[in-house]
Design a protein around this ligand. Sequence first.
Ligand code: HEM
Length: 434
Amino acid sequence: MPANGSRGLSRRSMVRAALAIGGSSALAACMDAERAPDDATTDAPTYPRGVDDPSTLPDGQHRWDDYLVRGAHGTTTQSQHQLLLGLRYEGDVPPTAADRDHVESALRTLERAFQWGSGSDTSGSVNNGLLFMLGYAPRYLDRVGIDVDGLQPPESVLEALDEDPSLAADFDALLLLDSDYASILLAAEEAMFGERAELNGVAVDARLSESFSVVERRTGISGEGRPAMELENESVPAEAPLSMGFRAGFDNSLPDEDRVTFTSGPFAGGTTLCVSRIRTDLEAWYDQPHDQRRREMYCPAHDAEDVGETGDRLGAHSGVTESNVENLAELADEHGIVGHAQKVASARDDEFRPRILRRSEGVATDVVGGSGFNFSSVQTDIAEFVAVRKAMQVDEYDVDVPDDRHGIVDYLGTLSRSTYLVPPRERRALPSER
Ligand code: HEM
């Protein structure tokens, strides 16, 4: 019997399933399920409108920090739903000015229809708007004559990590969308790639489908209690925000947006995006006692009392210190465990600041046969992602700790990787040098 006590899908699961399926009937079902109870008499839920003038929005498409919901400790929290659309470019090379105008109009339609995230009032307690970024893969950029310092193709990332280069996604571009409402994501998708004529009351005069087709859809969820409710895995703690049972994303472990933004060059104000799809072996993970999982996730030196069941007691700081990193070998000797957060913190810069900004993360809801995770991060150079990801590898350390106690890497498997240029907002429409 599901936790909600009914044999049918819970309201929440309906929403998750609808987003994973996609299409106009899924949107109708989703709107129904997400309608506020006091909204029962209206035809469709409405959300705050966005802006006509994109110059009132941040210059960088990836600048979400001020528009994300802040949790009880003041840290930014991930939106509850994510939608990643892998795109193929179908237009001319080089793109024409008319193509570019059309793409820009389509993106402005999204901004006009929905507010940017939780809105400019930073006390926003819900992302009842939309956050999105359109990134261009080296496959597209090569064709239009753009070479970006710091953007390596996904095959190079895979090779650098001793992984199979055929796991590189073959997208030309990626549209990444986040919201606390799945119906906002579905409606945006239907407006950009379907037939929808209006979006939250705004007429749809231009669609991305003029230039792109969708070759792959990925969906995900995050948020306190969601994974336990929506995954068929009774081991996931009831309050956990992610499937592996612990809170992620603390003030000290997320760099400022400026740190991950290009300061010069033709795409100043933009960044690079790395997107991974990961398989998570939750059975093996939850086969271990909580105490062991906690130490493997954070750091063996972390005290149970300070962390709590899901990291809920940690407040705004992950508790990972320079001394945890410097004494990694001694702590490994003492506890027989190395922590994930401890290891990745060893890849911080000279000032002990993290180098990659984890952006949209979610437990995959469209993976058939097993559980998955959508990971994405922005950074000024994809090599920074590679350095951080390398710090997860067991053979980077000279410690005598079995693989299954060496952070979380032994419980993860790579399914796909891809890399993108995320131009600043003003150059986001089909950039080209030719
Ligand atoms: C299912 C997969 C993963 C889960 C559940 C997970 C979870 C966590 C948790 C709980 C933390 C500690 C809290 C925090 O500081 O945010 C953390 C830190 C971190 N993780 Fe992961 N993680 C996963 C995969 C990855 C991957 C693939 C990378 C890519 C390199 C990564 C990079 C980082 C970084 C950079 C930090 C912060 C380290 C610092 O403080 O400097 N994680 N992760």
